[in-house]
Design a binder for this molecule. Sequence first.
Ligand code: SAM
Length: 300
Amino acid sequence: MEPDGGKEPDSVSAVIPGWFSEISSMWPGEAHSLKIEKILFQGKSDYQNVMVFQSATYGKVLVLDGVIQLTERDECAYQEMITHLPLCSIPNPKKVLVIGGGDGGVLREVARYSSVEKIDICEIDKMVIDVSKQFFPEVAIGYEDPRVTLHVGDGVAFLKAVPAGTYDAVIVDSSDPIGPAKELFEKPFFQTVANALRPGGVVCTQAESIWLHMHIIEDIVANCREIFKGSVNYAWTTVPTYPSGVIGFMLCSTEGTAVDFKHPVNSIDESKRPLRFYNSEIHTAAFCLPSFAKKVIDAK
Ligand code: SAM
């Protein structure tokens, strides 16, 4: 219940005039704020409110239903880690599926691998794709790769229709488990992901913050342990404009060739675009967890 019993303040109306405050029931009692230079786009799709604004210190910012999805300044941390943690862990990935990721940033990172022959992406909201191409060309550049096939639709339905063993890797780059992404955090969805992966295939999902969402993470880990019989791991990284300044990832593999997620086996092509965040040391370090998180995650 909000303090005054009323509806939550609208973050765009700015609790602080001229600032965007990320107020959400997903992180009660706290809100990260960014100074707004100019609002560049506001729209409502069939799925969510979409907004883009020019911030004073993080470049342009994409917001969905009042939640920051990416900023020009720190998107590299998230896009590079959610992509290279799984793809650097298996030799010669060939077929990759991205669920969500409508901004195109994960596509941009997957396209670095010359071994990759096919990149499918299933994004539910065409408005996100169009807005990203218009305002974030350096992120949406991922759509320009000829190996990319775009499917506009619900990732839950898409995965149900994928033949068993199709992909080497699935990357679930979703928004939070409220709104259209809710089912992407549930057991039936993970089951369809496992089915879509080849033996020894890998999945990496956006897995919230250990500071804010241990209860959600605990459930996800328990579900993954039941479904993914290769290995189940949690990694994390810093993204300053995400709530609590960190975001985590579930990294799982199906039964088959063992996957050692903690020691990357692939190098990454930086000839067209240097990496801004990921490197092999930070890859290994990402799996080192603070004790309060380790106790919960390792116990499951
Ligand atoms: N890649 C961004 C970043 O750098 O932080 C964050 C996430 S991305 C914007 C999340 C995407 O998931 C959104 O475009 C949203 O429309 C999409 N999405 C949410 N639920 C979905 C579903 N059920 N199926 C497919 N896409 C979904």
